[in-house]
Design a protein around this ligand. Structure first.
Ligand SMILES: C[S@@+](CC[C@H](N)C(=O)[O-])C[C@H]1O[C@@H](n2cnc3c(N)ncnc32)[C@H](O)[C@@H]1O
Length: 307
């Protein structure tokens, strides 16, 4: 049994069943996530784009010349293109993602759009240490780029560990550029994860299709429905799959009982205050040097250097 299968079974044996959000992202999951970013209800992507467009010159000046841009969870690298166009004499672009096919096709597209740029994709689970490739041009500094508020998918303890890893990867005079979604009216947040076209529901359910196909589970996908609600006490979206009936899921010799109405947690999306995020960054050894937000303060992009 693979390490991943063992990890998934362990999550399903918890009192609160859970599956890591990284299993959303097979090729279909990556396409569905892209579709989500174009939905009218899903404010984070367009808001983050707007902040980048407005502040790109200041941002490029802070990054300086000949940096290595290391992107965690690069997906289709849509927002990254703004950076690739404006950063000064970028040494190398290193997109890191778990969704292999999607990563390779995005990297190929970027190579043809930016012919002079070295692009070195890394297929890896960024929650674990991974080796950085050796670029042809030695970078003057590393910029760890983590957009899309993907940091919000992790509980505070795990997010803190991830920030610690990024601190290491940033190296001596490196920096982190991170997109962080902010606390706001819960109705706006809930709408973003319950779109009227049902794309987010399809994205959530696709996780089970992915587990069935790639790891040999036999979830009855049609028996599940999507649920997304804001937990005000914890300041986070809770995204779950609810089983409509009792079922026994099998994988190899193992069985997992799922009760009618039982929820499998698939994702959190934590929303931060500026102070709350600054405290986490500081604990990892970063200082927040610059924060850009939109006029409504829905979203932030934060430039952090090592203390
Ligand atoms: C919320 S999407 C964000 C995509 C893009 N950065 C953006 O801002 O639109 C999360 C991305 O991170 C990748 N991802 C999620 N968990 C990962 C993990 N543990 N290791 C590597 N990549 C991961 C997914 O494949 C996906 O491309």
């Amino acid at each position: 049994m693979s390490e991943e299968t063992t990890e998934i079974i362990a999550g399903l044996r918890q009192p609160q069943k859970m599956i890591s959000p990284k299993y959303f992202y097979d090729e279909r999951g990556s396409q569905l996530f892209d579709a989500i970013t174009h939905l009218p209800e899903y404010y984070p992507t367009e808001t983050e784009f707007g902040i980048m467009r407005h502040n790109i010159d200041a941002l490029a000046d802070l990054v300086g010349r000949q940096a290595s841009l290391i992107e965690y969870g690069s997906g289709s690298s849509r927002k990254t293109r703004i950076l690739l166009e404006h950063l000064h004499e970028l040494a190398v672009y290193v997109p890191v993602d778990i969704s292999e096919e999607h990563l390779i096709s995005s990297a190929t597209a970027i190579r043809s759009e930016f012919p002079g740029l070295e692009v070195l994709p890394v297929v890896a689970d960024f929650t674990k240490r991974f080796a950085l490739p050796d670029p042809a041009v030695p970078p003057l500094r590393n910029i760890v780029y983590f957009p899309g508020s993907t940091i919000g998918n992790f509980t505070h303890d795990v997010a803190q560990e991830l920030l610690d890893v990024m601190y290491q990867e940033a190296g001596e005079n490196g920096a982190m550029l991170i997109g962080v979604d902010l606390q706001k009216d819960p109705a706006i947040i809930e709408r973003a994860y319950n779109d009227s076209a049902g794309v987010t529901a399809e994205f959530n359910l696709n996780m089970l299709t992915h587990l069935n196909r790639e790891f040999g589970f036999d979830f009855d996908v049609d028996a599940y429905s999507h649920s997304a609600r804001y937990d005000r006490d914890e300041g986070r979206m809770v995204i779950e799959l609810i089983s409509a009936r009792d079922q026994v899921v099998t994988i190899g010799d193992e069985t997992i009982d799922v009760g009618a109405g039982e929820a499998v947690l698939t994702e959190y999306s934590h929303k931060y205050t500026l102070e709350g995020f600054a405290a986490m960054a500081e604990q990892a050894g970063f200082e927040v040097r610059q924060v850009w937000t939109d006029a409504e303060r829905y979203f932030s992009i934060q430039y952090c250097t090592r203390l």
